[in-house]
Design a protein. Structure first.
Length: 170
């Protein structure tokens, strides 16, 4: 007789599958509040601030805004990495999150976003005053668009699938 294969056998068991799918409660939290949800506000807002600062620089020509953009995108990238780390631990630890394909879609979009934030930050490090026009601001537009997409999709995980909250509807 072949030895039991826990993953395959459990996936074929409808009672076990129901248990796995309904286990969606956050594991990376402070007093029940998911750390990922708390952290993502920072990269989202700072990425939008970067685009704003780039637009102000384009409009006014004041190099103050190039420095604002450098700090904003640097912080967006670094806090984004922390947010990504907390999200990844949640993804791997929680069975009801790990087994849902949309969670992995969010992961892929988010990693693409983090690489764009890193590129936008790294590009400015070798001369931030000259970096904004034209490529810095173009990167900021791309980052802002992808941030909107990632944030919207993260919201779907929470509000449509009830992932990372206190229970599941599907
Ligand atoms: C890189 C890996 C990432 C993974 C694996 C990941 C995973 C998750 C998971 C599992 C959730 C469901 C809620 C929870 O369990 O906390 C979620 C929610 C969310 N994620 Fe991510 N995430 C990642 C990165 C990001 C990034 C970079 C952003 C945005 C900049 C982002 C934005 C969001 C938003 C806005 C929510 C909804 C939060 C809420 O309204 O409560 N995620 N993410």
């Amino acid at each position: 007789m072949s030895p039991p294969r826990p993953d395959t056998d459990q996936a074929l068991d409808p009672l076990h599958a129901e248990k796995v799918l309904s286990d969606t409660d956050t594991r990376v939290a402070v007093a029940g509040h998911p750390i990922h949800a708390m952290l993502v506000a920072f990269p989202i807002s700072l990425t939008m601030c970067t685009l704003g600062a780039d637009l102000f620089y384009w409009w006014t020509g004041d190099i103050f805004w190039t420095r604002v953009a450098l700090w904003a995108i640097g912080a967006a990238f670094l806090i984004g990495l922390l947010a990504g780390l907390s999200g990844t631990v949640e993804l791997l630890l929680v069975p009801g999150i790990r087994t849902r394909p949309p969670s992995w879609t969010h992961f892929v979009i988010a990693v693409a976003l983090l690489s764009m934030l890193g590129a936008n930050f790294g590009y400015r490090l070798s001369g931030y005053e000259d970096a904004v026009l034209p490529f810095g601001i173009l990167l900021s537009v791309l980052c802002a668009g992808f941030t909107g997409l990632t944030g919207w999709h993260g919201g779907k995980l929470v509000f449509d699938y009830r992932l990372g909250a206190g229970g599941s509807k599907s």
